[in-house]
Design a protein around this ligand. Sequence first.
Ligand code: ACO
Length: 288
Amino acid sequence: MAKAAKSSKSKKTVRNLETVIIEKEDGIAWCIFNRPEKRNAMSPQLHLDMNQALDELAIDPEVNVVIITGAGKAFSAGQDIRLYFRGTTEDPAKRHKAKHASHAWRWTKLASFPKPTIAMVNGYCFGGAFTQVSACDFAIAADDAVFGLSEINWGILPGGIVSWNVVEMMTMRDAMYYACTGETFTGKQASAMRFITKSVPKAKLRAETVKLAKLLQQKSPAALRYTKEGVRAVRYMSVDQAADYLNAKSDALKYVDKERSREKGMKQFLDDKTYRPGLGHFDRSKDL
Ligand code: ACO
C-alpha cells in the first residue's frame, strides 16, 4: 500500500469566518457551514464566506482534499428563505450580489476545483444545497440524512441550477417525482438512486469520509486533477471530440506533472517490481 504524500502532514488549524469554519489537518481542509441554529441555511454572508474559503483553499499548498459539511444536525437547509429570498426582494443590487455569490461557489468554483472535493452530508439537505452536493466530486451521506427538493412545498421551482443538477445525477423519473412532490428521501435512498457516491451509518460517516480523502491523497495530484477535469469535460462531447481532447489532455499532463508520476509508476512496476497498478497505487514519496 502506498504512503500518503509527505507534504500532506500538518498540525490542525482552525479559522473562523462569520458563517463558515475552515479546519485543516493532514492535508485535508474541512469547510463547515456554521449556522447550526438555522440548520445551515445559506444566507448571503455564507455565500460570500464560501467564496473566500474556496479561493484560499484552491491555492493553499497544505491542502490536498476539501470536504464540505455542516455543523450540528443539518448539512444545509437550502437557501435562507428569510435572508436570501425575502431579504433581497426589494433590493435588486443586493439580490444580484447574493445570487452571483451563490452560483459562483456552489457551482463555478466547486465543479472546476483543482483538488478533489467531498460533500459529507451529515443531515438535512434541501433545495439549493443539492447544487454543492452535485458539484463535489464525491458525496458521502449518513444513511439517515434527509434530502428534499422542498421548493414545490412553498410555491417555487427548483431554480438556480438545481433542476439541471438532479436530471444530470438521477433518472428523469426520480428527478420528476421528487421535484413535483417535495417528498423527502434518505441517504440510503440517495445512494440507491446514485445522487451520491454512497451512504454509511452516521457513526461511521466521518471515518469513511476521511478514509476516502486519505486514499485520494495517495494519488498524483496532477493526474487526479486532469482525470476529474477530463471526466467532466468529455460528458457532452462526441466520441471524436473526446478522443482528441483526451489525447491532448494526456500530453499536457506529462508536462504539468512535476512529480513525474507516470515515470515513477512505470519504474516501480516494471523495474523495481514493488507494486501492482491494478491493485493499488505506487509510492509517491519515493524518488525516481
Ligand atoms: N431558511 C431560513 N430559515 C431556516 C431555514 C431556511 N431554509 N431552514 C431552517 N430555518 C430556521 C428556522 O426558521 C428556525 O429559525 P428560528 O429558530 O428563528 O425559528 C431554525 O432554522 C430551526 O429550524 P426548525 O424548523 O425549528 O428546525 P427543525 O430541525 O425542526 O427542522 C428543517 C429542520 C426540516 C430543515 C426545517 O427547518 C425546514 O423545513 N427548513 C426549510 C427547508 C427548505 O425548504 N429549504 C429551502 C429550500 S428551497 C431553496 O433552497 C431554493
